[in-house]
Design a protein around this ligand. Structure first.
Ligand SMILES: *Cc1c(COP(=O)(O)O)cnc(C)c1O
Length: 464
């Protein structure tokens, strides 16, 4: 058969679409994607023929390739993956994973209409922030609360409301940068507030704040050293003392807590993370924290504090640009509700569960991952459970090690880098850490429902 004859046997796109395969594809897929996939496969075959080979070009023979293309083109770009890094709140991997209750509430609220800005008892327009206010007040002990897009927005709107064109006094030891894009001096500049640095990197005294107070001071600010630690010869001013100073001069004190923990983690041996309740009790006028760090909820920035200050934020037109949507509200309200019962929160909110689960539970999970791997790939990899350390991540609890167990996979026929890449590109992707010539799969951040899929991905990556 000449090349010309062979080329003429290639099916037309329409032929593929009209046949039984095409009908099947069209029932479940998008026409544009299906047409593109068919075109690509036909083009591939055309090149093979022009290159001198003689492939089977019947639709039956092409269907498998076309289906693979359809699957590839139909996959979402943002997709779920398995976090085997042990970093609980990994900002690159989407930070907190939501609880089942939060997810259920999002589904219920977003799939229909809701009373987002409607007051059912009065039959008229309501405020979107009112739904969530009471539960936050109950949990934190604050007079009032409001919620915006993320904690960066929370800090921004506080600065804009109370310190535009005014000075904000911050310790030099607390001029933090979070993940590159949030830097206190830059946020300050963007808001129009004037940063008044006091003290030194390692030591700041109350007198430093006191000496800096002037007629143009808008706020006294504390920023939680979320992702770093200053150790050695150090001194910070406790919030109570700052509050006393603020009261004396009638200047509000704001504490940017960052993580926003509602459960004291000290009974789990985790120190250095003050709870929101504590800081409110110590008298802070405004406290800001993230929804998706230690709280374990959706991305949000929560501002709690004195009613008259929150009311002022409520009137800031900037709020409209930073407002959160109904899905966030639904997830956030459900998450907060879970904190009403601390024991349940510890089990049901994935972030707090992963951080506080007994190491024996993690070891058991590692065992559940190891056992099926031993059965299938012990000839192709050295497999064992190793003790290791996980991290909280997401800019909280720096330098705090969380003892954990990981499954160590040392491949014998491929390099560990090749294994890491295959897992990263598998479906679903698995993100794990290389240590020496082995890949460590930290069982802390693996969900029980993911174990089977994870095992399958590792086996395929080793065998392929
Ligand atoms: C994380 C963090 C922020 C930024 O919070 P986002 O919710 O990521 O916007 C701001 N300040 C501190 C101290 C933080 O730890």
């Amino acid at each position: 058969m000449t090349i010309q004859e062979k080329l003429s046997q290639l099916p037309q796109v329409n032929e593929c679409l009209k046949g039984p395969y095409g009908q099947k594809w069209l029932e479940s897929g998008y026409r544009k994607i299906i047409v593109r996939s068919i075109r690509e496969v036909i083009e591939l075959k055309r090149r093979e023929i022009l290159g001198g080979s003689n492939p089977d070009v019947s639709i039956d023979a092409l269907a498998g390739d076309i289906e693979n293309k359809i699957r590839k083109h139909s996959a979402y770009k943002l997709r779920p993956l398995i976090n085997a890094t042990g970093v609980v709140n990994h900002t690159n991997l989407g930070r907190a994973i939501l609880s089942d209750r939060a997810i259920a509430n999002v589904t219920a609220t977003a799939s229909g209409y809701s009373n987002l800005e409607y007051e059912l008892s009065k039959g008229k327009r309501g405020k979107r922030y009112s739904h969530i206010k009471d539960i936050i007040r109950e949990l934190t002990g604050a007079e009032d609360a409001i919620v915006v897009n993320n904690n960066a927005a929370a800090v921004l709107i506080c600065l804009d409301t109370f310190a535009k064109g005014k000075e904000v006094i911050v310790s030099r030891g607390e001029l933090v940068e979070i993940g590159g894009s949030f830097r206190i001096p830059e946020v300050m500049q963007a808001s129009g507030a004037i940063l008044r640095e006091v003290g030194t990197t390692n030591k700041t005294h109350l007198s430093d704040y006191e000496n800096a107070v002037c007629g143009n001071t808008g706020l006294l600010m504390k920023v939680h050293q979320s992702n770093y630690k200053v150790i050695g010869f150090t001194e910070k001013v406790p919030i109570e003392k700052l509050v006393k100073l603020g009261t004396e001069f009638n200047i509000p004190v704001i504490d940017d807590l960052g993580s926003g923990c509602l459960i004291s983690l000290e009974k789990f041996g985790i120190y250095g993370e003050p709870t929101v309740q504590e800081v409110i009790r110590q008298g802070a006028d405004l406290v800001t924290f993230s929804g998706d760090k230690l709280l374990g909820g959706p991305q949000a920035g929560i501002i709690v504090g004195k009613e008259k200050l929150i009311q002022k934020i409520q009137k800031n037109p900037m709020l409209r640009a930073l407002r959160i949507d109904k899905m966030t509200f639904a997830a956030l309200e459900a998450t907060f509700m879970q904190y009403l019962d601390e024991e349940k929160a510890l089990l049901e909110i994935p972030t707090v569960r992963m951080l506080t689960q007994p190491v024996e539970v993690i070891r058991k999970r590692a065992g559940k991952i190891l056992a099926p791997l031993m059965k299938s790939i012990s000839a192709q990899a050295d497999l064992k459970i190793v003790p290791d350390q996980s991290r909280a991540g997401g800019g909280s609890l720096p330098e705090t090690d969380f003892p954990t167990y990981a499954v160590s996979v040392k491949p014998l026929n491929i390099s560990v880098n090749a294994l890491e890449e295959r897992l990263r590109l598998s479906d679903p992707p698995v993100i794990a850490r290389i240590q020496g010539d082995a890949l460590l799969v930290d069982a802390r951040t693996i969900q029980d429902r993911e174990v089977k899929t994870l095992v399958h991905c590792i086996i395929s990556a080793i065998i392929n």
